[in-house]
Design a protein around this ligand. Structure first.
Ligand code: ATP
Ligand code: MG
Length: 448
């Protein structure tokens, strides 16, 4: 048993020795039975909060009204919650009344899904009145009780349902799915952050496509509070483009792929991610990748097919994009290109230079597929070959330039630095102070 399990065991036996019932419950039992890593352990008990606090010196009254006390034990924290029932979900999210009860089965009844409504005592005996263990074996998400009612009480459960099905790669029981379809409009009662958090777990999880396909089918998202302007049809169409989403390591690349597949411009994506309360960091990294996409698309369009020197032109435009949006975003975009299905990538405008390997994609492409082209050009190598990748690596500073040209710093300076950076990064100029100053003078129209 893990250190966490041992610590939880101490808490449970302490409660038991004081004459109360106490069990591990919910996610930790589910994950343990599935052989998945257990990240936290919740405890359910017949003891009321005052009794829990009296037993454990180190405890925090996290949610007394709901019966929850956090007990600190051996560097671990456990939510210890009194058996309770809930009623009166006026806002379709939180119960208006909770009542402490003495029967653990009553407590299990208020829980969302059968697989989350199992508890386990010190002896390892399961209390499983709703067939959660059986549903784990069947790999199915099933509401405890009447699905329609349970989703009406708390509309967030609908997204939790899809999230568990997606993350665990489970199916959804027929009645549960039917209940979800009947109650889907209630999602409008759920705060955007909560919806986003569930969606994030679907997208970041091991089977994102499963969740996305389910979301496409039930059209749940279109009914949320936030402007999620995608119908089930859009999501279903995007599904084909996101086939490789599970291969992407980072969450922000998965979101970038999703937004790309949903045909969002970088600007639109920025607004959506903001409305969806994503962190600034995530939003920026997603949007930068989409900006690289736009630069890449524009570069491909600017290079006429068969134009002599086309490849070099493309290389320079690419380097400019890398310098503008950063190596990480540029490489991120290439990772997306690598997993986008070939059929989605128009092969138009492939430069015809001899040094270019034959285009990866030569298929004709339907009109509405995103206007991008497969990496028939060695864009990744072009990045690797760049002698420098940002202004901070340039061997000359703005002040040195202004001094050498005997000019006051002004807008010209930024332009000149960019031009020098671009030339150096493209390999036209050595990154050495003398060379750079010489070039600066030439650019400034000095007689040399
Ligand atoms: P994870 O922590 O991996 O998301 P979990 O099952 O532990 O999974 P929590 O949100 O931590 O999920 O909730 C703990 C338990 O509380 C659940 O297992 C479930 O029994 C119950 N629960 C949580 N949210 C709800 C809800 N909205 N409606 C009913 N029961 C819920
Ligand atoms: Mg949990």
């Amino acid at each position: 048993p893990s250190a966490m399990a041992l610590a939880a065991e101490n808490v449970i036996s302490e409660l038991t020795q004081n004459g109360h019932e106490a069990f591990w419950v919910g996610g930790c039992i589910r994950d343990e039975l599935l052989g998945r890593p257990v990240h936290d352990m919740d405890i359910t008990t017949s003891a009321v909060p005052e009794e829990v606090i009296a037993i454990f010196a180190r405890s925090i009254p996290t949610g007394l009204a709901h019966g929850t006390v956090t007990v600190l034990q051996d560097r671990h924290g456990f939510e210890v919650t009194t058996y309770r029932t809930e009623s009166g979900y006026v806002d379709h999210r939180r119960p208006d009344h909770v009542e402490f009860v003495s029967d653990v089965k009553e407590d299990l009844r208020r829980r969302d899904f059968t697989i989350n409504a199992i508890c386990c005592g010190l002896g390892g005996d399961l209390i499983d009145p709703f067939g959660g263990e059986k549903d784990l074996a069947l790999r199915v998400i099933r509401c405890v009780g009447d699905a329609e009612e349970r989703f009406d009480e708390d509309a967030l459960r609908m997204l939790r349902c899809v999230r568990f099905a997606s993350v665990l790669d489970f199916s959804i029981a027929k009645n549960t799915w039917r209940g979800l379809l009947r109650q889907r409009d209630k999602l409008a009662h759920i705060a955007v952050e909560r919806v986003r958090a569930e969606l994030d777990r679907i997208v970041e999880g091991p089977h994102p496509r499963r969740g996305l396909a389910m979301l496409a089918r039930c059209e749940l998202l279109a009914r949320g509070k936030a402007p999620f302007p995608w119908t089930g049809t859009d999501l279903a169409a995007a599904a084909a483009l996101t086939a490789g989403i599970g291969e992407l390591e980072s969450a922000h690349l998965r979101w970038a792929l999703l937004l790309h597949a949903l045909k969002q411009s970088a600007q639109e994506a920025d607004e959506l991610l903001r409305a969806w309360t994503f962190s600034g960091t995530t939003r920026t990294s997603v949007v930068q990748v989409l900006r690289v996409r736009e630069a890449w698309t524009a570069a491909l369009e600017a290079v006429p097919p068969g134009e002599p020197g086309g490849t070099d032109l493309l290389r320079r435009r690419w380097i400019a994009a890398v310098l503008t949006f950063g190596v990480e975003a540029a490489e991120g975009w290439l990772s997306l290109l690598a997993i986008l299905p070939a059929a989605a990538l128009p092969a138009a405008n492939s430069p015809a230079d001899s040094e270019v390997s034959p285009a990866v994609n030569t298929q004709a492409v339907s009109k509405d597929s995103p206007a991008i082209t497969a990496p028939a050009v060695p864009a990744r190598e072009w990045i690797a070959q760049m002698p420098l990748k940002s202004l901070s690596e340039l061997a000359v500073t703005g002040n040195e330039l202004a001094e050498a040209l005997e000019k006051r710093p002004g807008p010209w300076l930024g332009n000149m630095l960019s031009a020098l950076l671009q030339a150096t990064a493209s390999g036209d100029l050595l990154n050495n102070k003398q060379e750079l100053l010489l070039e600066a003078k030439r650019m400034d129209g000095h007689e040399l």
